[in-house]
Write a new protein. Structure first.
Length: 118
């Protein structure tokens, strides 16, 4: 490993707190949970059971009186908490993610996450 002066900072998309019900559907199972935060690339959420790493499914997120659905892949599984990557296929998917972030901001969610080094 190199010294700190040789490290490269790779920024990640800002995350926004979003506490709302979610449902993750797999071909053979449906799991309910609650979101923790959302970004342009994905969502962190807690579920009623542990998620299998790399599993793909359809995520429905409660946004006010409606739901937003996106295909996701489980990128991180830590107990009942999971990191989900959005599988963006088209402009409709990009718009759905923008709506999720706008909803989080509308609900007064502060952004949080990695900040660039000074």
């Amino acid at each position: 490993m190199g010294s700190d002066s040789q490290r490269i900072f790779i920024p990640r998309a800002p995350r926004f707190v979003l506490k709302t019900p979610v449902v993750l559907e797999f071909p053979d199972d449906t799991v309910k949970g609650h979101s923790i935060n959302v970004s342009e690339s994905g969502m962190a959420a807690t579920f009623a059971q542990r998620m299998d790493l790399w599993a793909k499914g359809s995520l429905s997120v409660a946004v006010g009186d409606s739901d937003i659905s996106l295909n996701v892949r489980v990128a991180r599984a830590d107990g009942r908490e999971a990191g989900l990557n959005f599988q963006i296929a088209d402009d409709d998917d990009r718009l759905a993610v923008q709506k999720l972030i706008a909803y989080a901001i509308q609900m007064g969610a502060p952004p949080y996450g990695d900040m660039p080094p000074p």
